[in-house]
Design a protein around this ligand. Structure first.
Ligand code: NAG
Ligand code: NAG
Ligand code: NAG
Ligand code: NAG
Ligand code: NAG
Length: 212
């Protein structure tokens, strides 16, 4: 009886260990969008009828188009292109007129692989030890922004606009602007002042710049 009990305890411990190890492995494996168990995902109450569901034509205006007046990101996520649902990929086309900046931001759900297709860009990201990695990219260069890290892209050239295509390892990478999430949300001024080791009036100055 005692031996049986001991054996059961041992089995339970073994099971617990196996369960913990499996859970850890599952966590390690799920580093991207969850895998789907179908070939593709359709919106609720729709049935697929043709290849148009897998086609996105919204970027055609870029052909022979002109640069916008300010930095512009054209997103192609599952929101704009439902065919991407469940496929763990998306794109953005980034247009940088002369001297324009894609301000500090993060993508919480994906790594970004940026490809400069026109002009040049100054880019950078900061890792979790606050080390800055910055680079000057020329047309034809690629740069990878690791998932979830603060980054920026800047066209410092005074004569040439720049364009880049970014791919993401998620159908919905998400974008969180550092300036807006910190100073243009409703976080209490006291919290901000203490977090930044500064005074409330300086916090207010930054806030008013963003609120316009
Ligand atoms: C899908 O169809 C069902 C049954 O007709 C309906 O109850 C449901 O609200 C529909 N869902 C959507 C998202 O349209
Ligand atoms: C773009 O411009 C070229 C040269 O002017 C022209 O041949 C082509 O048809 C244009 N393409 C589109 C999609 O407007
Ligand atoms: C701007 O881009 C042009 C064309 O690529 C290049 O000739 C020029 O050197 C660049 N200027 C600066 C300041 O990088
Ligand atoms: C806050 O600023 C004061 C004065 O500038 C400085 O002495 C202090 O070390 C700072 N505290 C932190 C946590 O950085
Ligand atoms: C700050 O937030 C307001 C309200 O959400 C928004 O209209 C405005 O565009 C934001 N400012 C910037 C610089 O994005």
């Amino acid at each position: 009886m005692i031996i049986t009990q001991n054996l059961s305890m041992a089995s339970i411990k073994t099971l617990l260990c196996i369960t913990l190890i499996s859970l850890t492995m599952v966590q390690l494996t799920i580093s991207t969008d969850p895998d789907i168990l179908t070939d593709y995902v359709l919106p609720p109450n729709t049935t697929i009828t043709d290849p148009n569901y897998f086609t996105f034509t919204g970027l055609r205006p870029l052909v022979n188009g002109t640069y916008p007046a300010t930095f512009t990101a054209i997103k192609v996520t599952q929101n704009e292109f439902p065919g991407l649902m469940g496929q763990s990929v998306s794109y953005a086309v980034l247009e940088f007129p002369i001297g324009s900046l894609n301000p500090l931001h993060i993508h919480p759900r994906a790594t970004e692989l940026l490809f400069v297709i026109a002009g040049s860009l100054q880019v950078g990201f900061v890792d979790t030890s606050n080390k800055l990695f910055t680079q000057k990219l020329e047309t034809g260069d690629m740069f990878v922004f690791p998932k979830g890290l603060v980054h920026f892209q800047y066209n410092s050239n005074s004569t040439e606009p720049a364009m880049a295509v970014s791919s993401f390892g998620s159908a919905n990478a998400g974008t969180q602007s550092i300036a807006n999430s910190v100073f243009n949300s409703t976080i209490y001024e006291g919290i901000l002042a203490e977090s930044f080791n500064t005074s409330a009036d300086i916090v207010e100055k930054i806030e008013s710049g963003l609120k316009g």
